[in-house]
Design a protein around this ligand. Structure first.
Ligand code: ACO
Length: 330
C-alpha cells in the first residue's frame, strides 16, 4: 500500500526563565530599541543550568504524542535535529528515546542547524513513504544559551532556548492531508560564516581553544542575512512550483524565526498578506531547529491553524542549509 505521510500531532516546550532585551542591556552594550528594530526580538527563554537538550525535548515530545494520540510504543523512529546536543555521542535522540521508554525504535541526531526541522520532516516523510517505518517522532530541542558568547553583543541578543516536537504517520486512504512538496539544499562553501568550531576532531576542546572562545557560536550576521533572504525566497517559490500551487493556495506561512526583516522579505516575494504569517520570535528569539515547530504548535493550540489548513515552512541555517515544505494538516 502506498503510504501518505502526515503530521498527526505537535508539541513544544519553552523554559520558564524569561530574559528581556532590557535585562541584556546590563550585560552588553546594547539597547532594547536596537534589538527590536534590527531583529524583531523582545525577549527569549533561557534554560535552567541543569536542563540539557534532551530535558527540553522530552516534554515537547510527550505533548506531541498526546496530541497525536499515539503511544510511545508505536514509534519506530526518533529523529532529533539539534546543534546543541547533550553531547557528541551517544545521540540526544537515544537519550530522549530512553526517557520516553520508546524501546525498539531507531534513533539518531541530524546536524542541519536552523534548517533541522525541515530536514527532519524530509527524513520522516521518506522513511514512512518507503514503508521502512510507520510512525516517526521528530524532536528539535535547542539550548543555544550554552554556546553563546555572552560578551558578544552581535550574537548573544539573537538566540533563545526551546524545543518542538511532531509525530508523523500515515493518513487514511483518500485523505487530502499530507505533504504537497518538500525541498532541502546545502552549500558547504559558505560554512565559515556561521560556526561553532571547537569540540570536534578538527579542533579538539583545549584550554587554548576555550580561551579563544572557539567553543562558542560565531556568526557573520550581515553575510548570513544576505544569503538567508535569497535562499528563503527561492525555497518558498521552489516548493510552490513543485506542488503546482500559488501563494493564494497557502493558508499559513511559518518561516524560521531569526529576524522579522528576513521574514518580511519572504512575505513580500510571495505577495502574501501579513495576516497569513505566523511570527513569534518577539517572545522567543531564534531557537534554531525548534523555531518553526514551536510556532506551528502554538498556532495549532491557539486555534489559528486548524485541520485542513495548508501550511508552508521555510528555513535557513548554518552549513549553509536551507529548505521549505508545504503540508496540509489532517
Ligand atoms: N546592540 C547594539 N549595536 C549592535 C549590536 C547590538 N546587540 N550588534 C551589533 N551592533 C552594531 C554593530 O557593531 C554595527 O556597528 P558599526 O556600524 O559601528 O560597525 C551596527 O550595530 C550595525 O551592525 P549590522 O551587523 O550591520 O546590523 P544588521 O542590521 O545587519 O543586523 C543582525 C544584524 C540582526 C545580526 C542581522 O544581520 C541578521 O539578522 N542576520 C541574520 C542572522 C540569521 O538569520 N541567522 C539565521 C541562521 S542562525 C543558525 O543557523 C544557527
Amino acid at each position: 500500500m502506498n503510504k501518505n505521510p502526515v503530521i498527526l500531532g505537535t508539541g513544544s516546550y519553552l523554559p520558564e526563565n524569561v530574559v528581556t532585551n532590557t535585562d541584556l542591556e546590563s550585560r552588553v552594550d546594547t539597547s532594547d530599541e536596537w534589538i527590536r528594530t534590527r531583529s524583531g526580538i523582545s525577549e527569549r527563554r533561557i534554560a535552567d543550568e541543569d536542563q540539557s537538550a534532551s530535558d527540553l525535548g522530552v516534554p515537547a515530545a510527550r505533548a506531541a504524542l498526546e496530541d497525536a494520540d499515539v503511544s510511545p510504543g508505536s514509534i519506530d523512529l526518533v529523529v532529533v535535529p539539534t546543534s546543541t546536543p547533550d553531547m557528541a555521542f551517544p545521540s540526544t535522540a537515544c537519550a530522549i528515546q530512553d526517557q520516553l521508554g520508546i524501546s525498539g525504535a531507531a534513533a539518531f541526531d541530524i546536524s542541519a542547524a536552523c534548517s533541522g526541522y525541515i530536514y527532519g520532516l524530509s527524513i520522516a516523510h521518506s522513511q514512512i513513504k518507503a514503508g521502512v517505518v510507520e510512525n516517526v517522532l521528530l524532536v528539535a530541542p535547542e539550548v543555544y544559551s550554552r554556546v553563546l558568547n555572552w560578551d558578544d553583543r552581535t550574537t548573544c541578543v539573537l538566540f533563545g532556548d526551546g524545543a518542538a516536537a511532531v509525530v508523523l504517520g500515515s493518513s487514511a486512504d483518500g485523505s487530502d492531508a499530507g505533504f504537497k512538496s518538500l525541498y532541502i539544499k546545502s552549500d558547504g562553501e559558505n560554512r565559515d560564516i556561521l560556526t561553532l568550531p571547537s569540540g570536534g576532531s578538527a579542533l579538539p576542546l583545549t584550554p587554548e581553544s576555550v580561551e579563544k572562545g572557539e567553543h562558542l557560536l560565531s556568526m557573520d550576521g550581515r553575510a548570513v542575512y544576505r544569503i538567508a533572504v535569497r535562499r528563503m525566497r527561492s525555497s518558498a517559490l521552489k516548493v510552490l512550483h513543485r506542488a503546482d500551487m500559488k501563494s493564494e493556495d497557502i493558508d499559513w506561512v511559518i518561516c524560521h524565526q531569526a529576524n522579522t526583516r528576513i521574514i518580511d522579505s519572504v512575505r513580500k516575494r510571495l505577495k502574501m498578506p501579513k495576516k497569513k504569517m505566523i511570527v513569534n520570535l518577539d517572545k522567543y528569539g531564534n531557537t534554531s531547529a525548534a523555531s518553526i515547530g514551536i510556532a506551528l504548535d502554538e498556532a495549532r493550540r491557539d486555534g489559528r491553524v486548524s485541520s485542513g489548513d495548508t501550511v508552508m515552512f521555510v528555513a535557513f541555517g548554518g552549513g549553509l542549509t536551507w529548505g521549505a515544505a508545504i503540508v496540509t494538516l489532517p
